[in-house]
Design a protein around this ligand. Structure first.
Ligand code: UDP
Length: 297
């Protein structure tokens, strides 16, 4: 691990990586990068590299874990052993279990869980390269992967951290600031500003906390814009599509093709559910259910 720098902010107000205190690191996203996942997103944020994959909605087994009135959203955060300077032990740890739990909960207010009772949506967030802020990077990627999978959501979730170094609040901590700073406050929020994740390491005064939350809100708004642009470049702008559709005369599209296209578009997110259901019919009793069957006899 590198040594603690003498100063984090120079006389010109610039941080070690040249940013101002209220600037986020450059972010780049690409959606639909995994062909076997229902939705996916690769995200780079500064030196962080994260991949998010969404599978589902699909039927949940064992059945006793099913929620009768809503879908279960499972979130798994994992840091690859090669993602950090000192190799980390592969597999779950206390840290990854905690991050998985709080990150999954960050999506609860937005995912419209009532549409898929008894089903599960699995979200996997794999950190390929870590440089501080990986849980927030993973949440930003997961939001887009969920949207890519066609999961109905009330809005997007974005996440960013704010912290304190040299007695000053700074947005989106880099590695030295995270390691040696006085505070680290990762936050996730909906596009309406509702906070869905808030954790804190270190110390902030109540005034600093208030100011920090204002800073992080601005950071999250910038990230929402990046997420929106990614969605528009992949799926187009709803308004533009509406205009185009009006301009097109219906006679130009043969009836059968039109029908097929509509059905495909409408059912995009259910394709997987149907094929999953078919598979289940064929193998009605799965291994996990066999135990349940036995108990009943
Ligand atoms: N880190 C590491 N080894 C670990 C955990 C974390 O090297 O086992 C590094 C990694 O670069 C991570 C940073 O420390 O991004 C900060 O970790 P933290 O637990 O604060 O989570 P994050 O800021 O990544 O959400």
């Amino acid at each position: 691990m590198s040594d603690k720098p003498e100063r984090f902010i120079d006389d010109e107000g610039l941080r070690l990586d040249g940013r101002r205190v209220d600037e986020i690191r450059p972010m780049k996203v690409e959606m639909g990068v995994l062909s076997r996942a229902d939705g996916s997103c690769y995200l780079e944020w500064g030196n962080n590299k994260v991949l998010a994959a969404v599978y589902g909605p699909r039927e949940l087994h064992p059945r006793r874990m099913q929620k009768p009135n809503e879908v279960l959203v499972r979130y798994k955060y994992n840091m690859a052993s090669f993602s950090v300077e000192d190799r980390i032990r592969p597999g779950p740890s206390r840290r990854s279990t905690e991050i998985s739990k709080v990150s999954g909960e960050a999506f609860e207010p937005v995912v419209m869980t009532q549409y898929y009772p008894g089903a599960v949506i699995d979200v996997f967030a794999e950190v390929l390269q870590a440089d501080a802020g990986t849980r927030t990077a993973a949440i930003n990627a997961a939001t887009l992967a969920l949207a890519d999978a066609g999961i109905p959501m009330k809005g997007l979730v974005s996440a960013c951290a704010v912290g304190k170094v040299d007695g000053q609040l700074v947005l989106d901590l880099n590695k030295p600031e995270d390691n040696y700073g006085q505070a680290d406050l990762p936050v996730a929020m909906t596009q309406d500003g509702e906070i869905t994740l808030l954790q804190m390491d270190g110390h902030l005064t109540p005034e600093e906390l208030e100011e920090g939350l204002e800073m992080v809100k601005k950071g999250c708004q910038q990230i929402i814009e990046i997420q929106r642009e990614a969605l528009i470049s992949r799926y187009g702008n709803e308004d533009e599509e509406g205009e185009e559709a009006e301009e097109d005369s219906p006679e130009e599209v043969p009836e059968s093709e039109e029908g097929e296209e509509e059905e495909g578009e409408r059912d995009g997110s259910f394709d997987n559910e149907e094929s999953e259901a078919e598979n289940l019919d064929e193998n009605e009793v799965t291994k996990e259910d066999e135990g349940e069957e036995d108990e009943r006899q």
